[in-house]
Design a protein around this ligand. Structure first.
Ligand SMILES: CC(C)[C@H](C(=O)O)[C@@H](O)C(=O)O
Ligand code: SF4
Length: 422
């Protein structure tokens, strides 16, 4: 019997020939990403346990992102503490404001994600990095402290569900629509503690960025990780950003899966996940008339350059509807600069949108676009839980960047094809 890519990576990192689902292993960790929210409790734990030090400072990458530029005294203190600790521990990879970004967009962009590696972060959307053929998963601050002190972490080897995504996507339908459809089908616990492995001609045709959108939302189905077998696109992406050597693992044809799910996306329409769960997806043609107060474009799901390009293509030469606030948040400084060079930021601002510095911001109800009671937002983010972007009496609708942008123009949620001329 063969092994999945996930099993191969975990075996290689725990000194084993093979591992099987359900086994408990201790795996070597290649990259430990630290952001502003979950790192300070880990620092406190290390200090409380005999002032433990970081075993491998060169494996740690720090990027404050959730509440930056610091939104209040508390968030400023949090980052100040991390800055001091990084200095003490001689951690050099620290992405300060100005070359910063949302962790899951910044880490691959800056060449820290390589196929065949293990990556952890105290953040649930760490599954994103599986798009490059790595085993990447979110952990809590206690495990983060343990991994920082030892360079290892325990895992229960997950079972894998294989998703075969085939067909031809219609115009206006993107990776976000595909993952919203998958979560609609399997539910928010449909992949509990499992690896979601994505294959099929649609995944092959997707850009690396679109693949990140797929893997990013694996956690919204309860998954331990999302993963895609590396191909030439992956290698090009990685090798243009990093000179480090890595091992490429891929799933064997006779690997064992807990489930195989075939999805033909040829008839898929643009999807919208209605409040208050990412699994509440509906084709946009079936949601009726839903006026909006805000359209939010950004996040680790859909704040990358291809997302901004798709949104700008919808908006170019048009105006954001009266009474709607559109907020664009490029996910990293490099994306911001690239969007500026391409004239995308002008397109957004000419249309009446505002553009912020990179941050998680309102994605998790932090700042930069908080909703009042009774307000409704269409958002390119990944969660629409009660109160996620502000008041518990507000509503968040999840959709692709194209749908977010088209809806901002229409003042209500619409199919991005509604205004297309091409
Ligand atoms: C703050 C952080 C722990 C959290 C997460 O783990 O996902 C956040 O990024 C989110 O999206 O809700
Ligand atoms: S952009 Fe949103 S989902 Fe992503 S890490 Fe930040 S808060 Fe979490």
């Amino acid at each position: 019997m063969g092994s999945t890519i996930t099993e191969k990576i975990l075996a290689a990192h725990s000194g084993r020939e093979t591992v099987r689902p359900g086994e408990l292993i201790n795996a070597e960790i290649d990259v430990i990403m630290c952001h502003d929210v979950t790192t300070t409790p880990a620092i406190d734990l290390l200090k409380a346990h005999g002032n433990l030090h970081v075993a491998y400072p060169e494996r740690v990458v720090i990027m404050p992102d959730h509440f930056v530029p610091n939104k209040d005294i508390k968030s400023a203190e949090m980052v100040a503490k991390i800055r001091r600790w990084a200095k003490e521990e001689k951690i050099e990879k620290f992405y300060e404001i100005g070359r910063h970004g949302v962790c899951h967009a910044l880490l691959p962009e800056q060449g820290h994600v390589r196929p065949g590696t293990t990556i952890i972060c105290g953040d649930s959307h760490t599954s994103t990095h599986g798009a490059l053929g790595a085993f990447a998963t979110g952990i809590g601050s206690t495990d983060l402290a343990a991994a920082l002190a030892t360079g290892e972490l325990w895992f229960k080897v997950p079972e894998t569900i294989l998703f075969k995504i085939n067909g031809t996507l219609q115009k206006g339908v993107f990776a976000k629509d595909v993952i919203l459809e998958i979560i609609r089908r399997i539910g928010v616990d449909g992949a509990l503690y499992k690896a979601m492995e994505f294959t099929g001609n649609v995944v092959e045709e997707f850009s690396v960025e679109s693949r990140m959108t797929l893997c990013n939302m694996a956690i919204e189905a309860g998954a331990k990780s999302g993963i895609i077998n590396p191909d030439d696109k992956t290698l090009d992406y990685v090798q243009s950003r990093s000179n480090e050597i890595f091992d490429v693992y891929t799933s064997d044809p006779d690997a064992e899966y807990s489930d195989v799910i075939d999805i033909d996306v040829s008839d898929l329409e643009p999807m919208v996940a209605l409040p208050h769960l990412p699994s509440n997806g509906k084709p946009v043609s079936q949601i009726g008339n839903i006026p909006i107060d805000q359209a939010w474009l950004g996040s680790c799901t859909n704040g990358r350059i291809e997302d901004l390009r798709k949104a700008a293509a919808e908006i170019k030469g048009k105006k954001v509807a009266q009474g709607v606030r559109m907020i664009v948040v490029p996910a990293t400084s490099d994306i911001w600069k690239q969007a500026n060079r391409e004239g995308l930021l002008d397109i957004f601002m000419e249309a009446g949108a505002t553009v912020s510095a990179p941050t998680c911001g309102a994605c998790l109800g932090g700042h930069m676009g908080i909703l009042a009671a009774g307000e409704r937002c269409i958002s390119s983010t990944n969660r629409n839980f009660v109160g996620r972007m502000g008041s518990p009496e507000s509503e968040v609708y999840l959709a692709s960047p194209a749908t977010v942008a088209a809806s901002a123009i229409a003042g209500k949620i619409v199919n991005p094809n509604a205004y297309r001329q091409d």
